[in-house]
Design a protein around this ligand. Structure first.
Ligand SMILES: NC(=O)c1ccc[n+]([C@@H]2O[C@H](COP(=O)([O-])OP(=O)(O)OC[C@H]3O[C@@H](n4cnc5c(N)ncnc54)[C@H](O)[C@@H]3O)[C@@H](O)[C@H]2O)c1
Length: 279
């Protein structure tokens, strides 16, 4: 356990946090290290469009929570499909029942593997991406904000957007539209909730080789007629900090946004991209 316990007494819920080596796992481990009580949520079971190779399973969620507890932290799990409003309400009620409230809502669940030229993309694929990446973040924001407003002690909502919230990418129209939309959600809700001490920000990471990131590497390496190694080397060459992102880069940014130091920072889309995105 870290000596610095700046999140003691706080409660965080993160969506899509059950997949090993994912951003959600790193975020919750980071918050828990500093004393935050955390709710690890994820789909748990495969769904339409999402085979078990793309999701955080019940067993994996439990493993994340167990690792947090083994390091001296406090964690519980909850199966949550962010597209289901009743489940969203139930997950927040679970955080309140287990830990007495909710301080940090991290909207991290995302689909990034449905990659298609726009001329080939089925309406169902578009909907699948938008429903998880954007509607899910809206539903979680809505119910987390209700809980935070009722508590009257402020709060933090952090949306895990992407470099794709600011740039276009071929074959990723649905994904980039969803992440651009997430910035709109961030800005509007930040204005609505600011007077109640609730900040809302987005973090925009560039490429991180998570489960989702690995699928994108495979696809785009093939698209560019490169090996995955060549594709990653090419990416590194274009990033000022000369490396791709790591899960802890995003986790550090989220921890800062949740801290008192960031209490006057809201409505921002913060790049964590080694300088790859300049605005
Ligand atoms: N890896 C990258 O390069 C990268 C870069 C920028 C942004 N992001 C974003 O970071 C977030 C986390 O992605 P990751 O890279 O850690 O990949 P990941 O695959 O490890 O995490 C995505 C998680 O979302 C969950 N999920 C999917 N549909 C869901 C639903 N309906 N309800 C609840 N959970 C659902 C999956 O089960 C999975 O655990 C995503 O929003 C992604 O778009 C990733």
């Amino acid at each position: 356990m870290n000596d610095k316990q700046r999140f003691a007494g706080k409660v965080a819920l993160c969506t899509g946090a059950g997949r090993p080596e994912g951003l959600g796992e790193a975020i919750l481990k980071r918050l828990a290290e500093e004393g935050c009580q955390v709710v690890v949520t994820d789909l748990g079971k495969p769904q339409r469009h999402m085979g078990s190779e793309h999701i955080g399973t019940t067993q994996e969620m439990e493993q994340v929570a167990e690792e947090i507890r083994a390091s001296g932290g406090t964690a519980t799990t909850f199966a949550l499909d962010v597209r289901d409003e009743d489940q969203v309400e139930a997950a927040i009620a679970h955080a309140v029942a287990e830990f007495g409230g909710l301080d940090f809502m991290i909207n991290n669940a995302g689909i990034g593997y449905l990659i298609q030229p726009v001329t080939e993309m089925a309406k169902e694929q578009w909907q699948a991406v938008l429903e998880v990446n954007l509607m899910g973040a809206f539903l979680c924001t809505k119910h987390a904000a209700r809980q935070m407003l009722a508590q009257g002690r402020g709060g933090r909502i952090v949306n895990i957007a992407s470099e794709a919230a600011k740039n276009g990418h071929p074959h990723m129209a649905a994904y980039t539209a969803s992440k651009h939309g997430m910035l709109g959600l961030t800005r509007s809700t930040a204005i609505e909730l600011g007077g109640h001490g609730i900040t809302v920000n987005a973090v925009c990471p560039n490429h991180v080789t998570t489960g989702l990131g690995a699928v994108q590497n495979e696809y785009f390496a093939k698209y560019k007629n490169m090996t995955v190694e060549e594709y990653l080397a090419d990416m590194r060459n274009r990033i000022p900090m000369a490396r791709v992102g790591r899960t802890e880069d995003t986790a550090n940014a989220v921890a800062w946004l949740c801290s008192e130091e960031a209490s006057y920072v809201t409505a921002q889309g913060i790049n964590v991209s080694g300088g790859a995105v300049l605005y």
